[in-house]
Design a protein around this ligand. Sequence first.
Ligand SMILES: *Cc1c(COP(=O)(O)O)cnc(C)c1O
Length: 380
Amino acid sequence: MKKYLLSPGPTPVPEDILLTIAEPMIHHRTPAFKAMVGQAIEGLKYIFQTKNDILIFSASGTGAMEGAISNVLNKGEKAIIVRNGKFAERWGEIAEKFGIDPIYIDLPWGTVVEPEIIEKLLKDKSDIKAVYTQLTETSTGVVLPVKELGDIISKTDALLVIDAISGLGGQEFYMDDWKVDICVAGSQKGLMLPPGHAYAAVSEKAWAKIETCTQSNYYFDWKSYRKKLAKNTDPYTGSVIHVKGLLKAIDIIKAEGIEERFVRYRVLAKACRSAVAALGLELYANPPCDVVTAVIVPENVDGLALVKKMRDEYGFTIAGGQAEAKGKIFRIAHMGYIECFDIVAAISALEMVLHELGWKFEWGAGLSAAQKVLAEEYKF
Ligand SMILES: *Cc1c(COP(=O)(O)O)cnc(C)c1O
């Protein structure tokens, strides 16, 4: 059975990248590899849309999240953490481990924070050092108002820290224009690489805070990465295959153009949303992001069976819900190396599975809704 990977990480890896990864190993302390690291940093600046320093870690995305707390905040310092999903909660879990005093904004899953709430909190409490949230909250499929948050937070001494692990490279994002201080990302989502690389882009305002931070860090001591990466090297043995793959991913992204990519994923998302609406299903996310579509499983349909059948009987790996959304939603990702006909195929399989599970709809309704959007708006 042919396999399709439409999960919100890991995502499919393009053939060019797979071939690069298969090449003979090279040593990480060589001029050739240093040149690659230098190019990778420049390429990442384009993808983040930033002039800031870029740090590269051999870790999953969570490693960069951890560092974005442990290098920035001292024990007892206050930070706002927006909690509207599984990955948002992770910011809180890390903050608590490092003795931070979190100010939680707890919101129902599938929703996002009103920027005014944060504006008011920052006005009332001048000792808040940072605000932590996501660009796209992958567990629920929402997109956060990052630009609006940047406008508010940049007027204060606090830092805006964004987890763009699923959003980077697909969801519209301009780190510098949107006044984001720290942005973290990972390799296995929009960047089309295998899992195992994480990135952080860090503004001067953030470095000034980092310089005063007294928490203990060893592997994730960002100051040591900054020093080494300025010389295109890494404090430890960097993941050679990821750096090589990343250069190919950068080529692919540059060839398409970052803005063109934002538009293409927006169209894929629109096609997916039109399809599920035509099948009588409802979205879970408000407002929905462009890199994953989260759909409410209708009553009388077994959500766990839907995801399992898609994978085991039809070859489509999509995602179910996590934690409190388990069994209640399914998620079709359209991030990374996902194109027009991957979505068409996924909707086609979804119709077959929904039919098997007893959901009533007109055959082809979802498919034709998706095709119509793609025919009119998708740029091949
Ligand atoms: C996947 C994801 C993470 C976790 O990344 P890992 O690479 O699994 O550590 C964190 N935040 C968001 C928004 C994600 O999508």
